[in-house]
Design a protein around this ligand. Sequence first.
Ligand code: RM4
Ligand code: MN
Length: 387
Amino acid sequence: MTDPRVLAALRTQRIETPSWGYANSGTRFKVFGQEGVPRTPQEKIDDAAMVHRFTGVAPTVALHIPWDKVDDYGALAKYANDQGVALGVINANTFQDNDYRLGSVANPDPGVRRKAIDHLLECVDIMDATGSRDLKLWFADGTNYPGQDSIRARQDRLAEALHETYERLGTGQRMLLEYKLFEPAFYHTDVPDWGTAYAHCLELGPKAQVVIDTGHHAPGTNIEFIVAVLLRAGKLGAFDFNSRFYADDDLMVGSADPFQLFRIMHEIVQADAVKPEAGIAFMLDQCHNIEAKIPAIIRSVMNVQEATAKALLVDVSALAAAQRDGDVLAANGVLMDAYNTDVRPLLRELRADMGLDPDPVAAYHRSGYAEKIRAERVGGQAAGWGA
Ligand code: RM4
Ligand code: MN
């Protein structure tokens, strides 16, 4: 018998999917276009609604502006609601305009900085229209060569832009600041790590929180440590989940290192932060370059659920006792017992309980949706990066 508290926690879990994950993507070498990919924000929302329909735990979809630019965001929010989902985090994009060659909010040119800040403010206007709580900021800013610009002056410019945007946030709205070790800037990045993001968020105030994108660290970084530290400080706002091996690979979360995902979720469970009221947005930030997109996103949602279920199975009193006794092997054994549990039967039970098919991927394949979008989405411009 599964502990009802485990099932209840899994039932309340929410995982947000990215609109851009449904679109064509690739590497700088090649984008392999697929048939049936969305051409409009509405069609991306249709696909996200499918993921929610088969998993029951993905009720929101994140937008990226201007990739998802429309004339009427209120109407887009209504469209989403009609499909059974809601619009989630609004992602700003200050990395694809020619003006941003030397950066956006940290650019040495005040005119370019103004343009970048205006875009951030526009994103808050969009949040007002969509009812979104969160503005997510990731900056491609940095330099390629020592001496190219003043590292310190760039921090000042960044802080100024963040302040102005922060002041514009309405009640209940938040700013999520994401960090990334490198790329596209290769010598220094203006927000390279959690410490820099944390320092800016601390200076800004309680509405500013850090985002951990699991792909944005040096190899070997202990991400669960960062999770624990930010949770303790009340500054963990969100995750961008994905899997990485070498760099910012953006592959399916939990695919290469499910144990890392489990260790992250263990910290979350210990802090009782799975539930939506804890205020942590669990998002996917992925691209599906060679695999079918919708089933890949369904699988990703399931991977997060599996890691969460295992984390919920950790015998906390046995763990606390072993830690108290300094019994290193017993403590590690408690974690490994939970990790090595096959939670797939438990999740099938949960889905049956929620009135869902126990096997979401199979149910999706049986639904005929893939054939339908292949037949219907002919002509027009398939959505992709830069679209
Ligand atoms: C960045 C970062 C952002 C994402 C873009 C597409 O590397 O991860 O979160 O919005 O990529
Ligand atoms: Mn990200």
